[in-house]
Design a protein around this ligand. Structure first.
Ligand SMILES: Nc1nc2c(ncn2[C@@H]2O[C@H](COP(=O)(O)OP(=O)(O)O)[C@@H](O)[C@H]2O)c(=O)[nH]1
Ligand SMILES: [Mg+2]
Length: 239
């Protein structure tokens, strides 16, 4: 039986009592997640030492911020490093937040070894603009996705700026999965991208914070974990 209670106020915001996605929010869970990502190594493949994740999305979607947020989580403090690079002490994760990615992109390798290939794509979509995405932007996204699909690459969506979708979430990020506004943004993006809802990860990037926040870390770590699991699957299928 599904028990839902919807609280509505001026028809705009509503919260559901039962979360629409299960999520642990405690510090211990965050520690476990962080630890497991810190020690992550791509599975069962001697030649691939790092998982390469490509962040794709519009300018302003939050790619650099996401990169910096992940970096901050692993450094244990807020950092804003260069936009492109890899994590300070970890060689297991590499991001390339560059967009658009074409044959003319510096560093493009023709016929790369598996180690140098992209292993998972994360589409970065600004959650606060989901309701007003222009046809042009939608087409760009779908075109990018066609290329990604042709390469058989696994995909997730990082739905950024959840704080701007819902005031409750802005006040407390642990309200993400009881927010019906976030829920419908996730549904909408899943439909647009033709992906299961479980592939869409609402996240909040560090932008105005002066210290780390457990809930923010957890949202980002959950997305990273799924991305790396998918990267693993992809790597295993190739060898
Ligand atoms: N409120 C809020 N602002 C964000 C978030 N993520 C990014 N931003 C802001 O959005 C703007 C664009 O972000 P940026 O990372 O530069 O986007 P990029 O062009 O995709 O690299 C910056 O002003 C960020 O501070 C978020 O989760 N919440
Ligand atoms: Mg950027």
């Amino acid at each position: 039986m599904l028990h839902l209670k919807v609280f509505t106020n001026n028809g705009q915001q509503s919260a559901v009592e039962k979360p629409w996605r299960d999520q642990k929010w405690n510090e211990e869970h965050m520690g476990v997640m962080r630890q497991s990502l810190e020690t992550y190594k791509p599975n069962r493949s001697q030649n691939v030492r790092t998982a390469n994740i490509l962040l794709l999305g519009q300018i302003g979607a939050g790619k650099s911020s996401f990169f910096n947020t992940v970096n901050s989580i692993f450094r244990g403090k807020i950092t804003s490093q260069a936009c492109i690079g890899s994590f300070g002490h970890s060689v297991t994760l590499k991001f390339n937040p560059m967009v658009p990615f074409t044959y003319h992109t510096p560093g493009y390798i023709k016929n790369p070894a598996l180690e140098n290939k992209i292993h998972c794509v994360a589409f970065v979509i600004d959650g606060s603009t989901v309701d007003e995405m222009s046809d042009k932007i939608l087409k760009q996204l779908k075109d990018l996705q066609i290329t990604v699909n042709q390469r058989g690459l696994p995909q997730i969506v990082l739905l950024t700026k959840v704080d701007k979708i819902c005031p409750d979430v802005n006040a407390d990020v642990t309200k993400t999965f009881t927010s019906s506004a976030v829920c419908s943004a996730v549904e909408k993006v899943a439909n647009i991208m033709g992906l299961p809802r479980a592939r869409v990860f609402p996240v909040k990037n560090y932008e105005n914070e002066t210290g780390l926040v457990v809930g923010i870390n957890i949202l980002v770590l959950e997305a990273m974990k799924r991305c790396l699991d998918l990267a693993d699957d992809f790597i295993e299928e190739q060898v």
